[in-house]
Design a protein around this ligand. Structure first.
Ligand SMILES: *[C@@H]1O[C@H](CO)[C@@H](O)[C@H](O)[C@H]1NC(C)=O
Ligand SMILES: *[C@@H]1O[C@H](CO)[C@@H](O)[C@H](O)[C@H]1NC(C)=O
Ligand SMILES: *[C@@H]1O[C@H](CO)[C@@H](O)[C@H](O)[C@H]1NC(C)=O
Ligand SMILES: *[C@@H]1O[C@H](CO)[C@@H](O)[C@H](O)[C@H]1NC(C)=O
Ligand SMILES: *[C@@H]1O[C@H](CO)[C@@H](O)[C@H](O)[C@H]1NC(C)=O
Ligand SMILES: [Zn+2]
Length: 501
């Protein structure tokens, strides 16, 4: 690849020297340069079949129309853009496209908010209380739970709904409690602090529903179904492996959660044999202490020995700007090497615009700790050395466009730093981070933003193909399973091309 690029550049340089002294640059040379540049982008060297080229011309035409139309969805906040995206012909093609794997999603934000409200909150024994800060909490219980500080007394939802005249409006308000959705996001969230505060609060509201053991199982199944329906064949899930509770107040431990992940996935695979499965990246909040993180790492090493097929590795979660840095946890993160365990890291790093601060060093530190992928890496473009390491070692970025926009790192997605990285062919995958909170399911919305907004008119079918294949290539699956996943994907891709070209 390097040799190939070198030769092309040399040809161009020779032509430039031959051309000296003429006033109009040589069109042939210009064409060569354009081709050379296009070949460097993500998917720039993918050979397209005749049918793929037909789809490419079709998509290009659609994209051109979308770019001159007003409004242009990637330039708007996703909450306003969503109804326009749903009408987009490009989006409809992306929905049908086999997208490979989702490598960056959190377990508390996997299934759609509609399902949480319309199915889970309608189950018996569901109690609700209203917090002083305008949010809600839920708890399943046989008896009315004890009041909690900062919350109204608990009401049984079934009884409460019986007293409400406009139930659809009430259910809508619950959906708003479980997402960040609002009519006017710029007014509701004037800065990153306000949006992150709501973000963390929303996870608390969701947790009472999904950590109820019977719901936890159905929730996982539902989450897999929604991914499958969006043409995704494998999931790498970041999960805190927290405890779950039962109606009588007893709790199930982390191992139960892990077994449930395994069992539900097996059940899902029985019913959907072309789904590959899931693996778990165990997460811990970066607000915890050094000793707590150290303990979780030791526990994860033990769990991985017993469940090697399902545990993929470890990550730190929570807001980087206000949390502790990777370097702060260096002693804990060195434990696996010290005990000669193979615990892979999948760090969130560089989800920040605080250029030059301690937080901003996380991307380099993630690489120093041999991270397998970089979650977000929004700040990577500012770090030439980290960028080079990431590229040379094949450590991809997990680009989550909608998440970065909603959490206020970028407003117009054409200006996302991944646009530069995409044009340079930097290793990357597209992911969704927290679909529940952003009011989405699956990956098609993020693919739309990446393909139309970040990629612009340069991104083509080769780009889509490489992004999908990257999601399998850069997963934690074994070489044998990657081959199997790629074969399944290829078959679906060929069918997709046949039906859409
Ligand atoms: C919720 O969904 C499950 C299937 O996951 C179904 O069996 C159940 O009847 C639904 N419950 C309600 C209240 O809609
Ligand atoms: C949460 O739901 C309650 C009850 O319907 C509602 O009063 C409140 O405004 C909602 N909060 C948000 C942030 O939408
Ligand atoms: C998972 O399945 C195994 C084997 O069928 C069973 O022994 C175990 O109890 C199940 N665990 C959970 C948490 O469902
Ligand atoms: C770690 O991985 C290496 C190479 O893949 C392997 O040789 C070694 O046995 C593994 N160690 C443990 C403790 O699993
Ligand atoms: C990272 O990998 C390099 C090369 O394999 C190794 O020398 C180094 O010890 C690793 N660092 C950590 C912190 O695991
Ligand atoms: Zn994340």
């Amino acid at each position: 690849m390097i040799t190939c690029r070198g030769t092309a550049l040399m040809t161009i340089m020779i032509l430039v020297s031959v051309n000296e002294g003429r006033s109009i640059p040589d069109p042939y040379q210009r064409e060569l340069m354009l081709q050379e540049e296009a070949s460097q982008q993500v998917g720039g060297r993918v050979e397209l079949s005749a049918a793929e080229q037909r789809l490419d011309s079709f998509l290009r035409k659609l994209k051109e129309q979308e770019m001159v139309a007003s409004p242009f969805p990637p330039a708007m906040h996703f909450f306003r853009a969503k109804p326009h995206i749903q009408k987009s012909p490009v989006f409809k093609v992306l929905q049908k496209m086999p997208k490979g794997a989702v490598l960056h999603v959190h377990s508390s934000a996997l299934a759609s908010v509609d399902w949480l409200v319309m199915n889970v909150t309608y189950r018996p024994h569901c109690y609700i209380c209203f917090t002083w800060s305008g949010s809600v909490k839920f708890l399943f219980s046989t008896q009315r739970p004890f009041p909690q500080w900062g919350c109204s007394s608990w009401s049984l939802l079934e009884q409460l709904r019986a007293t409400i005249s406009d139930i659809p409006a009430f259910d809508k308000s619950l959906m708003r409690n479980l997402t960040l959705w609002t009519e006017d996001p710029d007014v509701a969230y004037p800065n990153q602090d306000t949006v992150w505060e709501r973000f963390e609060q929303t996870f608390i509201a969701i947790s009472g529903l999904i950590s109820y053991a019977p719901v936890f199982k159905d929730y996982l199944y539902q989450g897999l179904q929604q991914l499958y329906d969006d043409n995704i064949l494998y999931l790498e899930l970041r999960a805190g492996l927290s405890m779950t509770y039962m109606l009588d107040g007893r709790v199930r431990d982390r191992e139960w959660s892990l077994q449930t992940y395994k069992n539900i996935t097996e059940q899902f695979r029985l019913e959907h044999p072309d789904f590959i499965g899931i693996r778990i990246i165990v997460t811990v909040h970066r607000e915890l202490s050094l000793s707590q993180v150290k303990q979780t790492i030791s526990d994860t090493i033990e769990l991985q020995k017993r469940y090697p097929e399902i545990i993929a590795g470890f990550d730190l979660v929570g807001r980087e700007d206000t949390g502790k840095s990777i370097w702060y946890f260096r002693e804990a993160l060195s434990v696996p090497t010290e005990v000669k365990a193979n615990l892979s890291y999948f760090f969130h790093a560089g989800e920040t615009d605080l250029d030059g601060t301690d937080v901003d060093r996380n991307v380099l530190d993630a690489l120093l700790f041999n991270t397998t992928r970089i979650g977000h890496g929004f700040a990577l473009a500012h770090h030439p050395l980290a960028k080079e390491l990431s590229r040379k070692r094949g450590v991809p970025l997990e680009v989550c466009p909608i998440s970065n926009q909603v959490l206020k790192l970028v407003s117009d997605l054409r200006n996302h730093p991944a646009a530069v990285l995409m044009s340079e062919g930097h290793p990357m995958v597209v992911s969704s981070d927290d679909p529940t909170l952003f009011g989405t399911t699956g990956l098609s919305y993020d693919f739309y933003e990446a393909f139309v907004g970040i990629g612009g008119l340069s991104a083509n079918v080769g780009t889509l193909k490489e992004l999908a294949l990257n999601s399998i290539r850069y997963s934690s699956l074994s070489a044998a399973v990657k081959n199997k996943a790629t074969a399944i994907w290829k078959q679906k891709w060929d069918k997709f091309i046949l039906e859409n070209s």
